[in-house]
Ligand binder design. Structure first.
Ligand SMILES: NC(=O)c1ccc[n+]([C@@H]2O[C@H](COP(=O)([O-])OP(=O)(O)OC[C@H]3O[C@@H](n4cnc5c(N)ncnc54)[C@H](OP(=O)(O)O)[C@@H]3O)[C@@H](O)[C@H]2O)c1
Length: 211
């Protein structure tokens, strides 16, 4: 989180307005690993980092900024205390939960950010050839290589969603490519979205800042 705060400080100092903030970075790790803050690595990288960065950049995004979080249609239930608990760690469960958290964060942000004229959308690139599952088991790697598409198309779609005037007013959507799709039902629970937001704010010590 220190590096996220550092990046936000730098951007707040040097950038006037942010048109689009794209959360793409993610990790998958088969082992329970902790960050310097004592947070589980996938939760910290895939969800809490983007959560903190977005909130710290509120003033730069105000007035038409777009926040786009790259994720997948995960149905995994998000229970933060389980994700932090080493004894209950399961790699695929934790990874899936962070991707569901990306969706829940987006929908809560879309509601909260309206008064600052900021949009929040989630983006599913489809199954894309990448390095993400390099530490997954051999069958998972084999299967994902078999069904994956080239990254260029996914990148083009993401740029369209981020910059096209056609989506300038769009908020709270889940895109697959440039089309709207239905998010998994569990991610639409407004009560759970709010619980996740509050717990995330505590974990990153947001302390009243942000959306
Ligand atoms: N591939 C798919 O089929 C698929 C499907 C649905 C959604 N997605 C989503 O697409 C996004 C991109 O994934 P990808 O498939 O392109 O995987 P990838 O090739 O592994 O790319 C992930 C990127 O995240 C960066 N990253 C990881 N931890 C970071 C950290 N702590 N700080 C800064 N950068 C960090 C990595 O940088 P380094 O290489 O320098 O570590 C890497 O460039 C992810 O959010 C993923 O969940 C992918």
């Amino acid at each position: 989180m220190a590096s996220v705060r550092g990046a936000a400080r730098e951007l707040n100092r040097t950038v006037g307005h942010i048109d689009a903030l794209l959360h793409i970075a993610a990790v998958f790790t088969p082992r329970y690993q902790k960050t310097a803050d004592g947070l589980e690595l996938m939760l910290a990288t895939n969800h809490l980092g983007p959560f903190l960065l977005t909130n710290l950049l509120k003033d730069r995004l105000t007035g038409g900024g777009r926040v786009i979080t790259v994720t997948a249609p995960s149905t995994t239930r998000v229970e933060v205390e389980r994700l932090l608990n080493r004894d209950r760690f399961s790699a695929l469960h934790s990874f899936g939960a962070t991707k569901a958290a990306n969706l829940m964060f987006t929908f809560e942000l879309a509601r909260r950010a309206k008064r600052w004229d900021v949009r929040a959308n989630a983006f599913h690139p489809g199954v894309v050839r990448s390095e993400l599952m390099r530490e997954a088991s051999r069958p998972v790697r084999f299967l994902s290589r078999l069904i994956s598409n080239s990254p260029e198309r996914a990148a083009q779609d993401l740029v369209d969603v981020a910059l096209s005037p056609a989506f300038a007013g769009t908020t709270g959507w889940f895109f697959k490519g440039t089309r709207r799709i239905d998010p998994p039902k569990p991610t639409l629970d407004v009560g759970q979205q709010s619980v996740l937001w509050k717990r995330s704010a505590e974990l990153v010590e947001l302390e009243g800042a942000g959306f």
